[in-house]
Design a binder for this molecule. Structure first.
Ligand SMILES: Nc1ncnc2c1ncn2[C@@H]1O[C@H](COP(=O)(O)OP(=O)(O)OP(=O)(O)O)[C@@H](O)[C@H]1O
Ligand SMILES: [Mg+2]
Length: 349
């Protein structure tokens, strides 16, 4: 028997009769049929005993047998007929829990209407999957377009402007030859200013588009990042990269780099950690990164309730758009782990 659920709770103002009726209505259909059959059998007995006294034993056995068989057949038929409805409930639960690949199964015993309903729902889910993929691809396009524009500006700054400034510095050094001391001192000061502008341009160029994949490769880029974090914050960051045999697509390594960058920035800003590790494992068809620290951790539920953009949320969007998944594991005083995995075989860009 089913308990009263929250969908149909007893109301405080209900009379006892109404309460009983409510409870009866909550009982599953198959149980209702069994109950109804038990009542009919009992009524048959009472009739046999009262109206045809003395009742014949053989008639009573035959009646009981017929009623029991009828009950079993009824219940079996109802269960078979309702199975597709149960399957649809399970399907709805799976989809609302985020499993968009789930589909309803076809039952040969289902009523025609239920079969049509199941097929229609499967069709709707297929259409939804296509639409979700289209939106994801569109989002990925936007991010990749932004990336390539940033890469272009970054290259322009690095290769063109920084090179021109290097030429100017060279010319200034040449102009100082044979000049008197005052002029040479001024030229040296200008040269020092140009050197610091060049450094700033390189930094801006790098932050616009860290050219991990193109220039350094993922491992060297992560090692450089770890060194910078260690120098700034004193956190002991170690990096381990286990490469597989398949090359990692450039966009994937850029995304993995962004995860490390944001996680390490957070460690620097929020964690009060002593140690942190960055582990990358690249296997056939997938790459996985885990950034962990031994810092103060945080309340994940509270963070999830905060509405608005934040570093971790936008990095997660990026990972999801690349067809991957990202998880954060943290608890107060228990450190933090940020994990992301991307299927490299699915990436076409
Ligand atoms: N490693 C960590 N240790 C402790 N707390 C963390 C850690 N990483 C994140 N947090 C907590 O989670 C919050 C959200 O982090 P998130 O990176 O999304 O945003 P943010 O760092 O506050 O801002 P932004 O990244 O946009 O500069 C942080 O404000 C911080 O309280
Ligand atoms: Mg952050």
């Amino acid at each position: 028997m089913t308990a009263v659920t929250s969908e149909n709770p007893p109301r405080s103002g209900d009379s006892p009769a109404r309460r009983v009726m409510r409870r009866v209505l909550m009982v599953p259909l198959a149980d209702k049929i069994v109950g109804a059959n038990v009542i009919i059998i009992s009524a048959g007995f009472v009739y046999e005993i009262i109206a045809r006294a003395p009742a014949e034993l053989s008639t009573m056995i035959a009646m009981t047998f017929a009623m029991v068989v009828a009950s079993i057949v009824n219940v079996a038929l109802v269960r078979l007929a309702l199975k597709p409805v149960k399957d649809l409930v399970v399907l709805a639960e799976k989809v609302s829990a985020g499993d968009f690949s789930a589909r309803g199964t076809r039952s040969r015993f289902a009523d025609q209407d239920l079969r049509i309903l199941g097929t229609t729902i499967n069709g709707l889910l297929d259409a939804l999957a296509v639409e979700r993929k289209r939106i994801r691809d569109l989002g990925a396009e936007v991010i990749y377009a932004q990336d390539s524009e940033r890469a272009r500006v970054s290259r322009e700054l690095h290769d063109s402007i920084a090179q021109t400034l290097a030429g100017v510095k060279f010319q200034i050094a040449a102009a100082g030859n044979g000049a008197d001391e005052d002029v040479r001192n001024r030229l040296a000061a200008i040269s020092a200013m140009i050197a610091s502008v060049t450094d700033e341009i390189r930094e801006v160029s790098y932050s616009l588009h860290p050219r991990v994949a193109e220039d350094l490769g993922l491992e060297s880029a992560l090692t450089t990042l770890a060194r910078q974090v260690r120098a700034r914050s004193g956190v002991d960051v170690s990096v381990s990269v286990r490469d597989g045999t398949t090359p990692i697509p450039i966009n994937v390594s850029a995304t993995i780099y962004r995860v490390a960058e944001e996680a390490l920035k957070n460690i620097e800003m929020h964690a009060c950690a002593k140690r942190a590790t960055v582990d990358v494992v690249s296997r056939e068809g997938s790459i996985r990164i885990e950034v962990a620290d031994d810092g103060k951790g945080f309340d994940l539920d509270r963070m999830n309730r905060v509405v608005g953009r934040s570093g971790l949320a936008s990095v997660k969007d990026r990972v999801v758009l690349a067809g991957g998944t990202m998880k954060i594991d943290s608890k107060p005083n228990g450190g933090t782990r940020v994990m992301a995995e991307i299927q490299t075989s699915e990436v076409t860009k």
